[in-house]
Design a protein around this ligand. Structure first.
Ligand SMILES: [Fe+2]
Ligand SMILES: [Fe+2]
Length: 313
């Protein structure tokens, strides 16, 4: 039997739906793609706490505060699992955090939009966590073991997030005309940025094909976006809200909703750092990092003391 080279073996292994583990040989490009994807995902979870975090003290009841607090804490946990998963690929956390704080690393552009009213918290749960689930459920089958396993728990928690958001909107839309208008306003502002969360169109997404062959991704950006639209429109109808897209209509032949063109200029502009809250978000993360310096120092001092004790014993 002719010996296969490492790359061919890797390709065959992944094609067979087997999981790649940290110590296995993998192509450099696979490792790089995963480090980029997992770290961007981790940063998104952590930065994603900011737009909602500033509503914890303003949530309308103790119950809503407790639910929102739990949700925001979940996102912190997602960030931690994902940083750990990225570390298994040979990059350390300090480097990852440094890349976020310096603006070198990206995170989901959706978190650069402001949360102006309480209905925004509903819209984020319903649409942003809803889009996240659509993206992340297939990642439970990602070829990279640590990432796939982290996603299983993350997805369970995301589904709670999506429901809590929808439930906020269900309550608001059954309220006064003013409350209903507030919910409609939130949908108007969050709809298009949510569709952008799936990333550029397949034609403009050069790494997609390789990521699909390596089973990092299982569906294209456009496929996932279509699924999200198909799932979400009936939910908007139940809420009695109108999706801000005049081209939206059911296409009997395709068995899917047709929808209008996405403003990709806006998307790239926000990614470049010019969204409404980019500077504010990074400034908040930098401040949190600086304020947390003493915790990191104390943890290191404690670990050193324990190590010294074990040595002495
Ligand atoms: Fe999350
Ligand atoms: Fe979430």
């Amino acid at each position: 039997m002719e010996e296969m080279n490492l790359l061919d073996r890797f390709e065959a292994y992944v094609a067979d739906n087997k999981k790649v583990e940290p110590k296995d040989w993998m192509p450099d490009a696979y490792r790089k793609t995963l480090i980029r994807q997992i770290s961007q995902h981790a940063h998104s979870e952590v930065v994603g706490m900011l737009p909602e975090g500033n509503w914890i003290s303003r949530a309308p009841s103790l119950k809503r505060k407790a639910i929102l607090l739990a949700k925001v804490q979940d996102e912190a946990g997602h960030g931690l699992y994902l940083y750990s998963a990225a570390e298994t690929l040979g990059i350390d956390r300090d480097t990852l955090i440094e890349e976020l704080l310096s603006g070198k690393a990206k995170y989901s552009s959706i978190f650069n939009y402001p949360t102006l009213n309480w209905a925004d918290i509903g819209a984020i749960g319903w649409l942003v966590d809803g889009a996240a689930i659509m993206n992340q459920v297939p990642l439970c089958k990602c070829s990279y073991g640590p990432y796939a396993r982290a996603m299983v728990r993350v997805c369970k928690e995301e589904s709670f997030h999506q429901r809590q958001g929808y439930q906020i909107l269900l309550t608001i839309t059954q309220g006064t005309a003013e409350q209903k208008a507030m919910a409609q306003d939130a949908l108007n502002r969050w709809w298009w940025p949510s569709l952008m969360m799936f990333g550029p169109s397949d034609a403009d997404s050069p790494h997609s094909a390789t990521s699909m062959r390596w089973k990092i991704k299982h569906f294209s950006n456009d496929e996932l976006r279509q699924r999200f639209v198909d799932m979400t429109i009936p939910q908007a109808e139940i809420l009695g809200l109108t999706v801000p897209d005049k081209d939206l209509k059911w296409n009997e032949e395709r068995g899917h909703y047709d929808f209008g063109a996405i403003d990709w200029e806006e998307f790239y502009n926000v990614i470049k750092g010019n969204g409404p809250c980019n500077k504010e978000r990074l400034a908040a993360r930098r401040k949190a990092h600086e304020n947390g310096a003493w915790v990191r120092e104390a943890a290191v001092a404690h670990a050193n003391k324990r190590a010294a004790k074990t040595k002495a014993a």
